[in-house]
Design a protein. Structure first.
Lengths: 325, 325
């Protein structure tokens, strides 16, 4: 009998499924459309069916599955295995996804939110490998977070911890979608970075990005890095604003759970060293002088399969912990 | 044979020692002068001797000691049981305090910094009892911190985590002793609170505190609360500044380790509800609207014996964990 871990990454559009061995090497993977409007019963049947077919194709059987890991966006009661609701899947309300998958696959299921799953993947086999304390940021539409402290994910008292995008770094600053003002997300997410550039141009700032705005009607963070590479001054200012906000957040996390590595992921990291180096510059500018800090600030390594790798890594961790099935 | 836990709280002036039963009820306690200038050998001999006398007086013997807990100010390698150096005890350099105490008392010794020890005491038997996630602030000359996440203290990768006073809440704001700008400590410690009042008066602000400054040459945080009670406008503004800085830090901790309770201690809490209620007001003003937060913000309960209670609680925890002796 083999030891197979299954990782499932549920998004509003696609569900990705991967089979992994006990070293977390990917054996094979597949992707199906979510079809969220068919409701939870159909969606979960489809994902179980796809997992079974993947097993069969690879020469395994249901008996080979040790644990299944799954990640979805929140909010959910992860420890109880229940999706409370979902913006992208409106028919999913109080769905006992772990129980339903367990009934269909016969193996125990561990569940967490997508940011924690990705964080755990980087911790187990990516940019966080080899240390016990990391902090993880996803720079996308918003900013998601994950914390591993002494080898365990930090969930918080109500499973709503590590919402690092909503740390307030500029009190009474820019409004955030969450209702707070001055969150790091309101400055440094891909969307906020683009929005700050748009606002600056609309307020009269000179920039080669103005032409992009005039022609396309909007600016993306990708546009900003493109124009930064060509020497645009506003693009540099906007990038610096993003980097400084992230650097201050890194300092605050250093004084909280004291990670050995701080890892960024998401579309924004396509900007490359031009962004990473500015984050490090601002970190060094703002950090205390009491002691030299040895924290490493870096980008994630796992790429597009992060979700299934992380879910499988959580599954393996559940097995290693001897969690009750 | 009885089960006795010893808690030791090492300060620059006094060493406090207490005996506790397995329910963490204090049996008896004593205090000796530290005499730090006699060097570590003498100091540790004295504290072991005092512990032995306390045991004898209470009718116990060395064989009854299960574990010893000890707290000192940092920096230290707590997990290795070594005081690296000490501002108040300059002759203490790389002192293997756990090993030395173990040789003299015959029991295993667990060691942590004073803020973590106090945090753990509140967690075990004080204001944090009954929950698994707390955040703890000491408002004194500086601001110290402690975090319990899922029932364990957060130490960080280099045992320097939970330095919560140095979270930056106003980037490029007031200078902090640590070399950063805008730390919460630079606004909301007892010293910084008093300093902000002094600066305001020197800059011409009208206040009944001016007379205090003229007569005594300085203002303390206690003066500020006294004059606040009498309706002084500046005292209210300064208190609000302290409360708002602390509230923002509470919000940031909520989005990090998501505590169920946030606990304040230190001389400043003598101010009472007038301070606590303002912290809650500002917390409610700045917190997000995504979900209603149920975190409780409160004051510590243990008072002057926190250090020995916390150290004994750590000792009991070490036993419960089955730590290697």
């Amino acid at each position: 009998m083999s030891e197979i871990f299954i990782g499932i990454d549920v998004g509003g559009t696609n569900v990705k499924i991967g089979l992994f061995d006990s070293e977390l090497k990917m054996i094979c993977k597949t992707s199906i459309t979510t079809e969220a409007d068919m409701g939870p019963e159909v969606v979960i049947n489809n994902m179980a069916q796809a997992a079974k077919e993947l097993l069969t194709e690879a020469g395994f059987s249901l008996q080979d599955i040790v644990w299944v890991g799954i990640g979805t966006p929140g909010p959910a009661k992860y420890s109880e295995g229940i999706i409370i609701k979902s913006t992208n899947m409106p028919k999913f309300k109080n769905v006992p996804i772990c129980k339903m998958l367990n009934e269909r696959l016969g193996a125990p299921v561990v569940y967490d939110n997508d940011a924690n799953v990705a964080c755990w993947g980087e911790y187990a086999v990516g940019a966080g490998k080899g240390v016990k304390d990391i902090v993880f940021f996803t720079l996308g539409t918003g900013i998601g977070g994950g914390i591993v402290s002494n080898g365990e994910l930090v969930h918080g008292c109500d499973e709503n911890g590590a919402e690092l995008g909503h740390m307030i770094i500029y009190p009474n600053g820019r409004s955030c979608n969450c209702g707070q003002k001055g969150c790091v997300e309101a400055y440094a997410s891909a969307d906020s970075t683009a929005r700050r550039a748009t606002e600056a141009i609309e307020a009269g700032a000179e920039s080669s990005l103005k032409q992009v705005l005039d022609e396309k009607g909007k600016i993306t963070s990708k546009d900003i890095y493109g124009h930064l590479a060509k020497g645009d001054k506003l693009a540099k200012e906007i990038t610096d604003g993003t980097a400084e906000a992230l650097a201050i957040t890194c300092i605050n996390m250093l004084h909280t759970t004291e990670p050995k590595r701080i890892i960024f992921t998401g579309g924004m990291i396509a900007a490359g060293d031009v962004l990473l180096n500015r984050i490090k510059d601002f970190f060094n500018e703002h950090i205390w002088t009491l002691k030299k800090e040895t924290v490493e600030i870096c980008f994630a390594m796992l790429g597009e399969d992060t979700g299934i790798i992380g879910a499988a890594a959580l599954a393996r961790h559940a097995k290693q912990q001897g969690k009750l099935k």
